[in-house]
Design a protein around this ligand. Structure first.
Ligand SMILES: [Zn+2]
Length: 313
């Protein structure tokens, strides 16, 4: 028995046929079309699915269910995508529409949530009873898995760690609140902090790395500069690690998961990031004489979107 996972993004839709171990056996993909109505977007996805099944030598009878991860909010109960700004979807009946083309159980959830589920099935948190996955990218996403099932809340709007407020009267967030985690722990935050400091410290190697153009700074440059001992890079990285560690400690103090998994672009800093976080989180943990939740790096990479979506049930 196999399941299909769809990783729906703003520029492309990747999909795969996944077995029970979380291995991708066949894959396909299409570009995201923003110039056509929702029903046509779904029709194209379903066509791509059917072709993938056929070309892989499978039959629709082999497929148990279809799951989709979206960069937005999905309601597990109704199968509705509540909103997905990148695709211009707002309260669209994803399950109902998809089943017009392929009549199988259809599930939909947030992309970070499904990536967390993938890690808990076939990745670094496999075999654990509870895990929290945090993606550190342009923004911050998160997924909670408890007892092998995702927890997205009563309305499907839970596990929005990126919009937990970390600083009262802090920086304005895209959500309209001030001081959200996303404004302090994302790649965007690293870039902002570096640009601010560079104004007073133009001697920093970061300015050379970006060719003298601060608009070209990325998080990797700042972290690399920190590794090299550049004072601006180090200061930004230390500040970022403090915010991130406080966020992780909040998660641990609140949920006490077995593992916290870090994924997303910034997690490619690898052991440099992991070691710093593992050293700093204990400062903010409540029960310091008890064992702390493990902190690990995600290991499935971009495939997590397909694998986790397929595992939705
Ligand atoms: Zn926010």
């Amino acid at each position: 028995m196999y399941r299909i996972g769809l990783d729906i993004g703003g520029t492309g839709i990747q999909m795969g046929i996944v077995n029970e171990k979380g291995q991708i056996l066949a894959r396909s993909g299409i570009e995201t079309r923003l110039d056509i109505p929702f029903s046509e977007q779904v029709a194209l996805m379903a066509d791509c699915c059917k072709n993938m099944i056929k070309e892989g030598g499978y039959s629709l009878l082999d497929i148990v269910s279809i799951g989709a991860g979206v960069p937005g909010i999905g309601n597990q109960k109704t199968g509705e995508v509540v909103f997905c700004t990148n695709l211009g979807w707002h309260h669209v009946p994803f399950r109902e529409e998809f089943r017009k083309h392929i009549d199988k159980p259809v599930f939909v959830d947030n992309d970070a949530t499904v990536a967390g589920l993938a890690e808990s099935v076939a990745g670094v948190s496999a075999g654990t009873a509870s895990s929290v996955f945090i993606t550190l990218g342009t923004g911050i996403g998160s997924g909670i898995v408890i007892g092998g099932r995702v927890w997205s809340g009563f309305h499907g709007t839970g596990s929005e760690l990126g919009h937990m407020i970390l600083e009262t009267d802090g920086i304005l967030c895209t959500c309209g609140n001030h001081g959200c985690v996303e404004r302090y722990c994302s790649a965007t935050a690293i870039i902002r902090m570096a640009r601010d400091l560079l104004q007073r410290h133009p001697e920093s190697m970061i300015l050379d790395m970006c060719g003298g153009d601060p608009s070209k700074i990325n998080a990797r440059m700042v972290i690399d500069a920190s590794r090299e001992g550049d004072p601006v890079g180090e200061k930004v990285f230390r500040r970022f690690i403090r915010y991130l560690s406080q966020t992780i400690a909040n998660v641990m103090n609140f949920l006490d998961p077995e593992v916290v998994v870090l994924g997303g672009g910034v997690s490619r800093a690898g052991s440099y990031l992991l070691d710093a976080v593992r050293t700093t989180v204990p400062d903010y943990i409540l029960y310091k004489d008890l064992p702390m939740s493990r902190i690990e790096l995600a290991k499935l990479g971009p495939d997590a979107g397909i694998i986790g979506a397929a595992m939705l049930s």
